[in-house]
Design a protein around this ligand. Structure first.
Ligand SMILES: [Zn+2]
Length: 301
């Protein structure tokens, strides 16, 4: 089985943009980190520096976007597009400094993060990382929405969306997901929203930074944008979100993902399900390898 090395970035990368929901200007700086650091946000706010590691234990909200927090009032939201790019490039260790509560939306896709990281370069570390492989199907269900992961030696996805909209009825996409496919076919897909929802979202203080520069906007029967990047851009973006959300697990993963009408909440639920099973299996495996050795030594003494 292929050995996977941990990776960091070669040099610091400053990025500037606005938050999709907050509408505020955000500066995000990525910095190289030592092996084992993981992915950690440092939120600079009101003269304080707050540490928020990217992990499932730190996910505090999954409505509209994936948000992590420190357990108190400090949060960073919309981490999923950045994480999809970080995951695609195999970056395991990186410090992310941010001066606002939301990762900048950039052009609504993960493309600018991917291009930015590639422009500063990637360093392969000597330490390795164990990928997650499941040996039995795992799934989460919420009414008619579901997300399943089947055992597979490669990462694949079958995604179905079914919105009450003439253009997004039963849109489905199946693909293998490797670095090249993610880079070319998934990460450029932009986030999307419905024009009819914009007023309601803005009344709740959301989507304040949303525009045709950073989102695909659907009218009652068409698109407000002049052109799309892909004919099925919306379902591709849902795959981007799924990869970004599962990247919160902090390890590469293999499996065949089958999603229908899923979203951040189901993505994170599946990630929790996988991690509890995988870490449980790994602990059992570790124990079952250890116990006989221990007993033998005991018997000899
Ligand atoms: Zn998204």
């Amino acid at each position: 089985m292929k050995i996977i090395h941990r990776k960091t970035i070669k040099d610091s990368l400053p990025l500037k943009g606005i938050g999709l929901h907050s509408g505020k200007t955000v500066t995000l700086k990525l910095h190289p980190a030592e092996a084992g650091t993981g992915l950690i946000f440092f939120l600079y706010r009101a003269g304080q520096k707050v540490r928020i590691p990217i992990s499932l234990d730190h996910v505090v909200d999954t409505s509209n976007a994936t948000t992590i927090g420190d357990g108190g009032s400090n949060r960073v939201q919309t981490i999923e597009h950045l994480l999809a790019a970080v995951y695609t490039l195999g970056i395991t260790d990186c410090i992310l400094e941010i001066d606002s509560v939301e990762v900048p939306i950039m052009d609504g896709s993960a493309g600018p993060f991917l291009d930015g990281i590639r422009s500063v370069g990637i360093t392969e570390l000597k330490e390795t990382i164990e990928p997650i492989r499941i040996n039995s199907p795992m799934w989460v269900v919420d009414g008619d929405k579901y997300l399943v992961m089947l055992p597979s030696d490669e990462l694949k996805v079958t995604y179905n969306i079914d919105f009450n909209h003439p253009l997004l009825k039963g849109q489905s996409y199946t693909t293998k997901l490797d670095e090249s496919i993610l880079t070319n076919d998934i990460l450029p897909a932009r986030t999307f929203g419905f024009l009819k929802d914009v007023e309601a979202l803005q009344a709740r203080g959301l989507a304040l930074g949303g525009s045709l520069d950073n989102a695909v906007v659907l009218t009652d029967d068409g698109y407000l944008n002049e052109s799309l990047r892909f004919e099925n851009e919306c379902v591709r973006h849902k795959i981007l979100d799924l990869v970004g959300d599962l990247a919160v697990m902090g390890r590469p993963f293999y499996g065949h993902l089958i999603a229908s009408k899923a979203g951040h909440a189901l993505d994170i639920s599946l990630a929790k399900c996988i991690m509890s099973k995988v870490t449980g299996d790994e602990l059992t495996h570790f124990k079952s390898k250890r116990i006989p050795l221990f007993s033998k030594r005991e018997a000899n003494s």
